[in-house]
Design a protein around this ligand. Structure first.
Ligand SMILES: Nc1ncnc2c1ncn2[C@@H]1O[C@H](COP(=O)(O)OP(=O)(O)OP(=O)(O)O)[C@@H](O)[C@H]1O
Ligand SMILES: [Mg+2]
Length: 266
């Protein structure tokens, strides 16, 4: 896993994985928001549902894809053929391409060994057709989730200010670093009631990582709690499209800017 420590080679198809440990912390909402933000900055973006058990990017965006990852894994089509445009598709500013998952698919949940390697290799190859590919991963640290995270150039861990979110995020980072001791996931504090609480949550997480993993994580950004996020999900669109000037939209834009520049949050 490579760190976003320098201005990226835009032609390299950089892969950003969005992970969490704990479920329901806002990975999918953040992944969709970042896809829109990177695209608005002029990047060609692919967003892939890497949640192998409970996929829901298509639901959050109101897409009805003709095919999805399970069609690919069943060998019927290639990964590139499973792409479905969202908000106008990757050619449109603000739009991006999506590869949907399928909830409850045995083919996905039981993926291991060669099948998993083939999927990870396929994602890396397809990413080269884009400036950036974003993988919205499942909660937890199961084999498939960690394998996909290890494929990425950057891993963003989303957590909130709840202690359970912190301990689960810590468990994810620990597992990731057991597989790759150079892995340096970046942190996003989401659903923050205020900046102070968010910074305290990051500080607690940083101290835990330093004490037990000898690793100092970097804060990539903070996304404020914003009623426009659940409202956008109910309307099956991206929060930045529904309410471009709202707090969460501004924070997502700032987060994408920091990640693109390879910088820490200000
Ligand atoms: N910044 C925010 N402000 C307010 N609500 C938020 C925010 N981010 C996420 N939420 C809410 O949190 C809930 C979970 O969001 P989301 O589905 O994106 O989480 P997730 O981590 O992808 O969940 P899962 O682990 O099930 O995949 C949603 O109801 C969403 O509206
Ligand atoms: Mg999700």
């Amino acid at each position: 896993m490579k760190l976003a420590s320098a201005p990226q080679d835009r032609s390299a198809g950089r892969i950003l994985a969005v992970a969490s440990g704990k479920g329901g912390v806002g990975k999918t909402a953040a992944a969709i928001g970042m896809a829109h933000a990177f695209s608005s900055m002029g990047e060609r973006v692919l967003l892939m549902d890497g949640d192998l058990g409970m996929a829901n990017i298509d639901v959050q965006l109101g897409l009805q894809p003709a095919s999805d990852i399970s069609t690919v894994l069943n060998g019927r089509i290639g990964l590139a053929d499973a792409v479905c445009p969202a908000l106008g598709g990757a050619a449109e500013k603000g739009g991006f391409d999506v590869i949907s998952g399928r909830s409850g698919s045995g083919a996905l949940a039981n993926l291991h060994g060669p099948g998993l390697t083939k999927l990870a290799t396929g994602v890396a190859a397809l990413a080269l057709s884009y400036d950036r590919a974003i993988l919205d991963l499942a909660a937890g640290a199961d084999r498939a989730t960690v394998r996909l995270a290890l494929t990425a150039d950057d891993v963003v861990i989303v957590l909130n200010d709840e202690p359970t979110s912190l301990t689960d995020a810590y468990a994810f980072v620990k597992t990731l670093r057991l597989h790759d001791d150079g892995a340096s996931p970046l942190v996003v504090i989401n659903n923050a009631p205020d900046m102070r609480t968010a910074r305290d949550a990051f500080s607690a997480f940083r101290k835990t990582c330093e004490a037990f993993l000898s690793f100092t994580p970097t804060l990539a950004g903070i996304i404020r709690r914003d009623h426009n996020v659940p409202a956008a999900i109910r309307n099956q669109t991206c929060v930045s499209v529904r309410a471009p000037a709202c707090d969460a939209a501004k924070d997502l834009q700032a987060l994408a800017g920091s990640l693109a520049r390879g910088k820490e949050a200000a």
